[in-house]
Write a protein that binds this ligand. Structure first.
Ligand SMILES: Cc1cc2nc3c(=O)[nH]c(=O)nc-3n(C[C@H](O)[C@H](O)[C@H](O)COP(=O)(O)OP(=O)(O)OC[C@H]3O[C@@H](n4cnc5c(N)ncnc54)[C@H](O)[C@@H]3O)c2cc1C
Length: 508
């Protein structure tokens, strides 16, 4: 089977793609002879499946892992890794263009070399494929790796190719795929998704991104900085629907500065092809307009891979919108079958897969009672600036009738952010009123994805803001914003009382 990204001659000959293929779907691979019975069979070798299979094998279980396409799934091949790799190159170009802001002068015009950026991306992907998702490496730790499409055949049997794998426990980790909106003319005009956008070898001159969620926002900014004239169309009033409004507002401003055409509150009505160009008819609160582009990238959500698994046969409930139904122990409606990852989770992130692998392996194989709800899960959108969040949002707290007190520190007051020329953004910490218990936090900053970790640790380990502020951090770092928030909390609580005491002392 030829992986999609090797579809063109040029990419087939690419050294890095060849290396990747050799690791994540070797051209020559003999599926093993099935064991009499497996303790654990995993369907789908994305991060959720691989991490669970690896953990189970390392703990002595007899494990089979089935993948129909590429080990590493979306994250390695068409998601996290390729996107982060091109975002890095895109940021470099943005910084070169803004050299004067950093006290530097770059001679001449700067033209992004798109093919070179994609070459680096393929190199990064191949390296991570080799180090973390190699079929041979998995086999070497005792995982029986099968290539082929798997499906349930009997309550304790999964079939792959012509092999029957008997299991004691199974995991469905089949992931998700792009959800394509039903826009008249879109299919006829042709469009890109994350599944093929990283195969591009030339930068589209004009690119429309439909969808203003994390994927749309990250790639719109990256492609703009790599040389495309980008327009991003979002049906809602703000990007990143779930984030706080001021965070999304900063992003909209950053997009405008980058030169991205921003269309909020806008629906795509129709797509037409005329003279080889793609005309996109838009409706912005009743105002009609048309943009003309060469390529369209669709980033309007995900749909879980639940088809052709014969889940009904084994009593596993699912629906095509939310995927496989699970309980807090990651068990499906068949207690011997578990599910994890994009096929069943509300939030679709690779970093949940590590923790969920642990939950599944402990609960399925070692009588554990670990719960998904016990996890504190942060997330980050890797735009510039990054937007990261953990815990409760204010609007969520309001809905639940929970009062919050918010402390905000602006990055333009943080010495390191000023020195770095990265003073855009804020750290916002939501506390339980009258205490320093952290209920939630949003960070908008160049390194928000790193800074959110302190706050995640604090929430998961019940460390209050006061103690978090007592951590001695090297000066100057951008994470000092958290210390400043702790100081602000202390000042608001302690200073008035202290002032009263001191003034009584002085006027004695
Ligand atoms: C552009 C983009 C950027 C992203 N960036 C980030 C990021 O920065 N950070 C982050 O945390 N997340 C990110 N994500 C999300 C992340 O990629 C997913 O959450 C993660 O890959 C989900 O892992 P999974 O194992 O559940 O599913 P997948 O990675 O989708 O893997 C499922 C696997 O199952 C296989 N499969 C399906 N059906 C069968 C079958 N019947 N038989 C055998 N095999 C089957 C598939 O081929 C696939 O390999 C990004 C996603 C995209 C699209």
């Amino acid at each position: 089977m030829t992986p999609d990204y090797l579809a063109t001659e040029e990419l087939r000959d690419d050294r890095d793609n060849r290396e990747l293929e050799e690791n994540v779907h070797p051209a020559v691979w003999q599926n093993p002879v099935p064991a009499r019975k497996y303790d654990f069979v995993v369907l789908g070798a994305g991060p959720a499946g691989v991490l669970a299979a690896r953990q189970a094998a390392q703990q002595g279980a007899k494990v089979a892992l089935i993948e129909r396409d590429l080990i590493g799934g979306e994250c390695l091949n068409t998601g996290c890794i390729p996107s982060k790799a091109i975002i890095r190159t895109a940021r470099l170009y943005a910084e070169m263009r803004e050299a004067e802001n950093f006290g530097a002068r770059v001679p001449g015009d700067i033209h992004a070399d798109f093919p070179l950026a994609m070459e680096r991306m393929r190199h990064v992907r191949a390296r991570i494929g080799r180090e973390s998702y190699s079929a041979r490496q998995l086999a070497s730790i005792g995982v029986d790796v099968y290539f082929g499409e798997g499906r349930f055949a009997q309550p304790n049997v999964i079939v792959v190719s012509d092999k029957k794998l008997r299991f004691d426990k199974a995991l469905v980790a089949t992931g998700s795929r792009p959800l394509i909106p039903s826009i008249p003319g879109l299919a006829e005009a042709g469009y890109l998704t994350n599944e093929d956008v990283f195969d591009l070898t030339e930068c589209p001159r004009r690119l429309a991104v439909i969808g203003g969620g994390p994927l749309g926002c990250e790639l719109a900014q990256a492609f703009c900085r790599l040389g495309s004239q980008v327009a991003i169309v979002q049906s809602e009033p703000m990007f990143l629907r779930q984030e706080e409004r001021d965070a999304a507002q900063i992003l909209a401003e950053a997009f405008a500065r980058d030169g991205i055409g921003v269309y909020l509150n806008t629906d795509v009505v129709r797509v037409r092809i005329e003279g080889g160009e793609k005309f996109i008819d838009l409706d912005t609160d009743g105002d009609k307009s048309t943009i003309v582009v060469d390529e369209i990238l669709v980033g309007t959500g995900r749909t879980p891979n639940v088809e052709r698994l014969d889940l009904d046969l084994v009593g596993v409930k699912y629906d095509t919108e939310n995927g496989v139904h699970i309980n807090d122990f990651l068990q499906t409606t068949n207690p011997r079958i578990y599910a994890a990852g994009d096929v069943c989770f509300e939030h679709t992130f690779t970093h949940i897969e590590d923790a969920s692998a642990d939950i599944v392996v402990q609960n399925a194989l070692f009588l554990g009672r670990k719960r998904l709800s016990a996890l504190t899960i942060p997330w980050c959108t890797y735009t510039d600036p990054e937007i990261a969040h953990v815990g409760l949002y204010v609007r969520e707290a309001q809905k639940k009738g929970i009062a919050v007190k918010t402390i905000t520190v602006l990055m333009h007051d943080v010495h390191r952010a000023i020195a770095d020329g990265e003073a855009e953004g804020f750290v916002k910490i939501h506390l339980k009123p009258g205490s320093d218990r952290i209920l939630g936090a949003t960070v908008v900053a160049r390194h928000a994805g790193e800074m959110i970790n302190d706050l995640t640790l604090a929430i998961s380990s019940s460390i209050g803001l006061r103690d978090l502020g007592r951590v001695i951090r090297p000066y100057p770092t951008q994470a000092q914003a958290i210390e400043m928030a702790a100081d602000a909390y202390g000042e608001a609580r302690v200073l008035p009382a202290l002032r009263r005491m001191l003034s009584r002392w002085l006027t004695r």
